[in-house]
Design a protein around this ligand. Structure first.
Ligand SMILES: [Zn+2]
Length: 116
């Protein structure tokens, strides 16, 4: 049983998350891959749950920049953000919870709209 979600949404597109044992296929550096046209994120299965989680973040960040029209970004940027975001979220759980909202129960309270 995987700890990863079956689907994650990035930039309005639902990506299927697939764990594969053959993803590396000779390329030992490949932990994950995002395939935009197939709306798939492929994760190497032969990794610890934590490494899979960080890898999924890594691929999601690639997707965020791609959908923002910045597909020509540097891998170093994604590495820095992937490790940085996951570290910040683990060390500071309150960063995941905006005031007045409960991300655990899904109770986001009344929608507030300001008109100026
Ligand atoms: Zn990458």
């Amino acid at each position: 049983m995987s700890d990863l979600p079956a689907v994650i949404r990035i930039g309005g597109t639902d990506y299927t998350v697939i764990e594969r044992k053959d993803l590396r296929d000779g390329n030992t550096d490949l932990n994950g891959q995002i395939v935009y046209n197939d709306a798939e994120i492929r994760i190497e299965d032969d990794m610890t749950p934590h490494v899979k989680w960080v890898t999924l973040w890594h691929e999601a960040l690639h997707g965020l920049l791609e959908h923002a029209g910045m597909g020509d970004h540097k891998e170093e940027l994604i590495l820095a953000l992937g490790y940085g975001v996951t570290q910040a979220l683990r060390d500071n759980p309150w960063l995941r919870q905006p005031p007045g909202e409960n991300v655990v129960t899904g109770d986001y309270g009344p929608i507030r709209v300001s008109h100026e």
